[in-house]
Design a binder for this molecule. Sequence first.
Ligand code: SF4
Ligand code: SF4
Length: 379
Amino acid sequence: MAGKDLFQELKFRDPVRARALAEAIAREVDAIGRTVPVMHVCGSHEQAIARFGLRAVLPPGLELIMGPGCPVCVTDGPEVDEAVALALQGARVCTYGDMLRLPGTARSLADAQADGAKVEVVYSVSQAVELAQKHPEDEVVFLGSGFETTAVATAAVALASPPKNFSILSVHKYVPAAMNVVAESPQTNIEGYIAAGHAAIITGWGIFEPFAARTGKPVVVAGFEPLDILAAILQLVELMRQGKAEVANVYPRCVTKEGNLPAQRSLWKVFRPVTGTWRGIAEVRDGNLDLRPEYAHLDARKRFRIDTAPVRDEDAEEAAKGCICGSIMLGLANPGDCALFGKTCVPESPVGACMVSSEGQCRIWHTYGGVPDLRKVGT
Ligand code: SF4
Ligand code: SF4
């Protein structure tokens, strides 16, 4: 590892500073005088929290809950059905790895692949464009998933005049909508939110100000190293103790108030927010990013007649099998509350979406053991 990288690593993972932050958090929580539930809405945050055992250093009065933070998990069954139907209708469907095993209402793209359909994993949307150039005889459909971070990359490709046999099936989602869903859920008791630094690099932290004002809850934008997350929690509990519904940014090395304006311009030139159904959560206002009508020529839903009837089976949806992904994504339950966790539902044979994606909470908890023992992670 280069000297500079090693320094960065030590700086953001320093156990002495981590303990000092944890103690400061404990003092704030004590001062608040009751249990404080806070939520983060990012799979990458959950990975860092679980991997570094952060819950083990937090005071018992601080409940750190993961919300709907994984775009793969919230991709709905009927959206997967569209991709499966297109693949079985003869299109070459390309998508990111985690999407392959994500169940539709009955089948996944991996099932379609096993049936001989052309389904390929790509690491970027540009790779999907390369496939379209390499296979002019095929209609290449890119199943575009992910939040605004990846939607920006999809938008850049749409703006760069891709080949005529290339199109996009957008299941991109919009992060601020996820926080609205939780805040508006009647059962929610969340008192503060940690927002995803990656997405905020694009949108800027200012985008959360209306949310904080409307809900009366503070929001803190955080990076992905252990100290970033602990610093965000400290800032959050300080704001809560002071009764301030403000937005703070503890990731200033990457996030500004305005965000990346050229990226935002590309994003909104190509996409528009529309109401869509998120898996396990129902309808989310402005939760999906659809291609604008000007890009209909790139929109697989407009270009092809997608017949999902042969692949759709609502009775087979995982809810019927006891999966509680919806409650987990709303922060109302933990993976351990699901009777299938670690038994019939494991990463090798996932029952629900949260066990499929590397950013899904069930998968992360299964990998790292939920609240890891500090002695095992050596911090
Ligand atoms: S895409 Fe960004 S915001 Fe979404 S889960 Fe990954 S890191 Fe978090
Ligand atoms: S353990 Fe599996 S079945 Fe249970 S909620 Fe998680 S993904 Fe769904």
